[in-house]
Design a protein around this ligand. Structure first.
Ligand SMILES: [Zn+2]
Length: 92
């Protein structure tokens, strides 16, 4: 995970509704991802419906995956993201 920190490819912005839906879908789709996020990240906290979030391109595979903010990394000042395609977690 940490080796990918330097690879930042912002893909655009999404609304809080889009982010929330994407993360929820990823957590339901990939076994163990919910537990991994709970262990390695803290919640995003006070999130409003008008908030917008960066989306990043997943560096894995065919670059079709998008990384959505799922929390904040516990030990780094970084956003903890999950991929909607491969289920991996990355810091951004
Ligand atoms: Zn991915």
């Amino acid at each position: 995970m940490s080796s990918n920190i330097a690879q930042n490819y912002p893909s655009g912005l999404e609304s809080e509704a889009q982010r929330s839906a994407a993360v929820t879908a990823a957590l339901e789709r990939f076994d163990g991802l919910r537990a991994k996020v709970a262990t390695e990240a803290t919640p995003l906290g006070d999130v409003g419906p008008d908030d917008e979030w960066w989306v990043w391109v997943c560096p894995r595979g065919d670059f079709e995956g998008r990384l959505h903010a799922a929390g904040y990394a516990l030990e780094r000042r970084a956003v903890y993201t999950v991929c909607d395609s491969c289920g991996e977690a990355f810091l951004r």
